[in-house]
Design a protein around this ligand. Structure first.
Ligand SMILES: Nc1ncnc2c1ncn2[C@@H]1O[C@H](COP(=O)(O)OP(=O)(O)O)[C@@H](O)[C@H]1O
Ligand SMILES: [Mg+2]
Length: 237
C-alpha cells in the first residue's frame, strides 16, 4: 500500500530564500506522525507546502498517489487535507457554532453539515456547551479546540496541525493532545508539528526532526525518545 501522503525531495521557500532542502517524509493512512524541530527549522513551511500555500520549487507532494505539489490550497483542501494553523484565525465576533459551520463550507447538504457539527461536538463537548458564545471570548485552550474542530468540519481524511500547544497551560495542552488521539482513533490521519517534543512523541507513532530545512533524523517515536541527540537538543535531558 502506498502512503496516504508522500513528500518527496521537496525544495521550498520564499522568493530567493530557500527554506526546505530535499525534504522527504510520508504518512500512512491512519498514522499519527509528528514533525519536530527548533524555531525557524522550516516546520510551518513544510505544512504550508503540503497544504498548497507555497508551491514546491523542486520535488513533489502526493496525496493518495496523486501529485498535489503546486495545486492551490482550496483544491488540496477539497481533496481531504485540512490545515489547522495559528495563522488562520477564528472569527472572534462570531459564535462558536457559526465558526464551525464556516468550516463546513465544502459540505453543501445541510443535513451533512449538522452531522459534522454533531461529530465535532461529540469530540469536544465543551464546544457544544459554548456554542452560542462569541469565539473571541473563549479561553486560549477553548480556541485551539475550536480551531481543530473547525478543521474537522470539512470531514478531512488528513489533518495538518501546526503547534497546537503553543501558549497553552499544561492542563490545556493535555486536553488538546487527547483530542488529537481521539481523532486518530476515529480514523483521521495526522501530521502534527510541535516544539513540545516529549509530549508529541508520547502520542505520535513516528516522527521526523527537521534541522535547518533538512530532515536530520526519523524513526518510531520510541526510538526518537531514546535518541541521544533528540534528548539533548530537544528535550533538555
Ligand atoms: N512569509 C515568509 N517570508 C519570508 N521568510 C519566511 C516567511 N515565513 C517564514 N520564513 C522564514 O523561513 C524560515 C523557516 O520558517 P518556519 O517554516 O516558519 O519555521 P518553523 O515553523 O520551524 O519555526 C525562517 O527562517 C523564517 O524566517
Ligand atoms: Mg512554525
Amino acid at each position: 500500500m502506498k502512503p496516504l501522503l508522500e513528500v518527496e525531495n521537496v525544495d521550498a521557500g520564499y522568493g530567493f530564500l530557500q527554506v526546505l532542502w530535499e525534504v522527504s517524509l510520508h504518512v500512512e493512512e491512519g498514522e499519527f506522525v509528528c514533525l519536530l524541530g527548533a524555531n525557524g527549522a522550516g516546520k510551518t513551511t513544510t505544512l504550508k507546502t503540503i497544504a498548497g500555500f507555497i508551491a514546491p520549487q523542486g520535488g513533489d507532494v502526493r496525496f493518495k498517489s496523486q501529485s498535489i505539489g503546486g495545486k492551490p490550497a482550496h483544491t488540496i483542501s477539497s481533496m481531504g487535507i485540512s490545515f489547522v494553523s495559528e495563522m488562520l484565525n477564528l472569527f472572534t465576533n462570531m459564535t462558536v457554532r457559526e465558526n464551525l459551520l464556516l468550516g463546513a463550507y465544502n459540505v453543501r447538504d445541510k443535513q451533512k453539515q449538522l452531522e459534522a457539527l454533531n461529530f465535532v461536538y461529540s469530540l469536544f463537548p465543551r464546544l457544544k456547551e459554548r456554542e452560542k458564545q462569541l469565539a473571541g471570548t473563549m479561553s486560549g485552550g477553548e480556541r485551539k479546540m475550536l480551531a481543530i474542530a473547525r478543521g474537522m468540519m470539512s470531514q478531512p481524511e488528513m489533518l495538518l496541525v501546526d503547534e497546537p500547544s503553543l501558549g497553552l497551560a499544561p492542563q490545556l495542552v493535555t486536553n488538546v493532545f487527547d483530542a488529537l488521539v481521539t481523532l486518530q482513533q476515529r480514523g483521521v490521519t495526522i501530521l502534527l508539528v510541535e516544539q513540545n517534543v516529549a509530549s508529541a512523541l508520547r502520542i505520535a507513532d513516528r516522527g521526523y526532526v527537521l534541522e535547518q530545512g533538512k530532515i536530520a533524523i526519523e524513526g518510531k517515536s520510541s526510538d526518537l525518545t531514546n535518541n541521544e541527540h533528540v534528548r539533548s537538543a530537544y528535550m533538555g535531558i
